[in-house]
Design a protein around this ligand. Sequence first.
Ligand code: SF4
Ligand code: SF4
Length: 112
Amino acid sequence: MTYVVTDNCIRCKYMDCVEVCPVDCFYEGENMLVINPDECIDCGVCEPECPAEAIKPDTEPGLDSWLQLNTEYSAKWPNVTIKRDPPEDVKERDGEPGKLEKYFSPEPGQGD
Ligand code: SF4
Ligand code: SF4
């Protein structure tokens, strides 16, 4: 198993998760992060740290498409281990449904 980043990270991107991961397996897109499933050691430390509750174990049902997205984009985006400030409108975006369809960007983020 692995942990995966899901919809509510998009345009929230609090980045609390990157500072606790012992194996530095978060990768940064323009408006969300993903986990590299091959590097994640399933420690679960990041899950309660995410203010947006966007990190889930892939043993939860219905996360196949998110596992695919995390796998694909962790191979394309830069590694990130240092927390930066979230976007200014983070509170308005937190919990908004359907963010993948509305806002997902395949562009890379800046990384460390
Ligand atoms: S803490 Fe949660 S919302 Fe923030 S970047 Fe990490 S996964 Fe995304
Ligand atoms: S479960 Fe552990 S190893 Fe996997 S992403 Fe979270 S903190 Fe990193």
